[in-house]
Design a protein around this ligand. Structure first.
Ligand code: SF4
Length: 373
């Protein structure tokens, strides 16, 4: 019988700027890690080649991330879990089987999507082996690692929100994108709270300082499947494309939102969650799963808050969001708010998406001008 000897090197999916949070946690706690390369067409191809067509697009991408990291020497995969009916709850089982079939050896740790007793018990066995490998120093530094990770994540999100605001009115939106990338690198490199605050403030100031036009931007709410909303390489950079067309995009999903909602510890977030579920109730009177009810609720919210439209992004074959898309047809009609469904299926969708977005922006502009109702 062969015995696998592991030297712990953790890895995690490369999702939006979430990797900065994960890196900060691992670095501060002193746990060796391997960062998968940014998601690319190649990442997606690995996932597509190794699974069948009915599998969710995010699973294929995450699988591609893990293959990349395992090839670079990672041996321990950390992955968030979820409950039914969303297929995210099965990702861990499926990815484990596929990676094993591909000949990889690894350990697996699922971070529960919801922190309840059932999730903690389920996690116990996986965590038992890993706990033996963590040193006292790792444990000692862990609370501080959580603080650093969280602070970095909040700065990243603040920066991304600022970029979304300014990109729509900047004379040169590409300058905003350049400063955003630069700012994220500075936040990632910051070693302590003070240097993080300096890096964050400088990045915000540099983005706010770009030359601006006089135009009043359109406002769009971007809702949909969490992975697709958060990862630009998956959603075909919808946020940036709209920004360049003079539209401020308010994203429904940030990583911190999901941690807060999932932890069920933040009372304000719990109330907010309930408020959104109630808002969706005229159209959905039960929890469909994943972000479905939130996509509907945030569209209602977008209408109440005077948004010009809603962009609904989701991968082809996503069950909860396909339900949401059907419901959103009624919401759009009832509330007279344009909703653009952007269904992600292929890699070469750039031109199609540009055409869809340009037409959508024209519609919103004409509605503002009162040329159409
Ligand atoms: S939300 Fe949709 S795409 Fe995401 S894991 Fe669930 S079923 Fe798959």
């Amino acid at each position: 019988m062969s015995v696998n000897i592991f030297i712990m090197k953790v890895t995690f999916p490369h999702l939006g700027s979430m990797y900065i949070f994960c890196k900060a946690m691992a670095e501060t706690a002193g746990i060796p890690y391997v960062l998968p390369r940014p998601t690319s067409n190649h990442t997606r191809e690995i996932g597509e080649y190794s699974t069948n067509e009915s599998v969710c697009l995010p699973l294929k991408i995450i699988l591609g991330n893990f293959v990349d990291a395992l090839d670079q020497g990672a041996d321990t995969i950390v992955m968030v879990g979820s409950g039914p009916p969303c297929r995210l709850g099965l990702y861990d089982r499926i990815i484990k089987v596929v990676l094993t079939d591909m000949g990889y050896s690894f350990r697996w740790l699922t971070i529960p999507g919801i922190f309840n007793w059932q999730a903690l018990l389920q996690n116990r066995e996986e965590a038992k082996v890993l706990r033996r490998e963590l040193t006292a120093g790792n444990y000692f530094r862990f609370p501080w690692a959580m603080v650093m990770g969280w602070k970095k994540m909040i700065w990243c999100e603040h920066l991304e929100r600022t970029a979304a605001q300014i990109r729509a009115i900047a004379k040169n939106p590409a300058e905003v994108d350049r400063l955003l990338s630069q700012g994220l690198v500075a936040i990632d490199k910051a070693q302590g709270v003070r240097s993080l605050s300096v890096a964050g403030n400088e990045a915000i100031a540099s983005i706010e300082g770009v030359q601006k036009t006089e135009r009043t931007p359109l406002k769009v709410m971007m809702v949909g499947e969490v992975y697709t909303v958060m990862e630009p390489s998956i959603n075909m950079d919808v946020e940036r494309r709209l920004g360049r067309l003079g539209v401020v995009v308010h994203r429904s999903s940030y990583f911190s939102t999901h941690i807060r909602r999932g932890s069920r510890l933040d009372r304000r977030m719990l109330k907010d969650r309930q408020r959104l579920m109630d808002m969706a109730r005229p159209y959905l009177n039960y929890d469909v799963g994943a972000e479905c009810n939130f996509s509907v609720a945030e569209t209602v919210l977008g209408h109440r808050q005077g948004y010009d439209g809603v962009v609904h992004v989701y991968p082809f074959s996503c069950m909860p969001e396909t339900n949401a898309a059907t419901v959103l047809c009624s919401v759009s009609k009832d509330l007279n708010i344009p909703v653009l469904p952007v269904v992600i299926d292929r890699q070469d969708m750039g031109l199609r998406i540009d055409t869809q977005l340009e037409a959508f922006v024209d519609i919103m502009t004409w509605r503002r001008q009162g040329r159409i109702l």
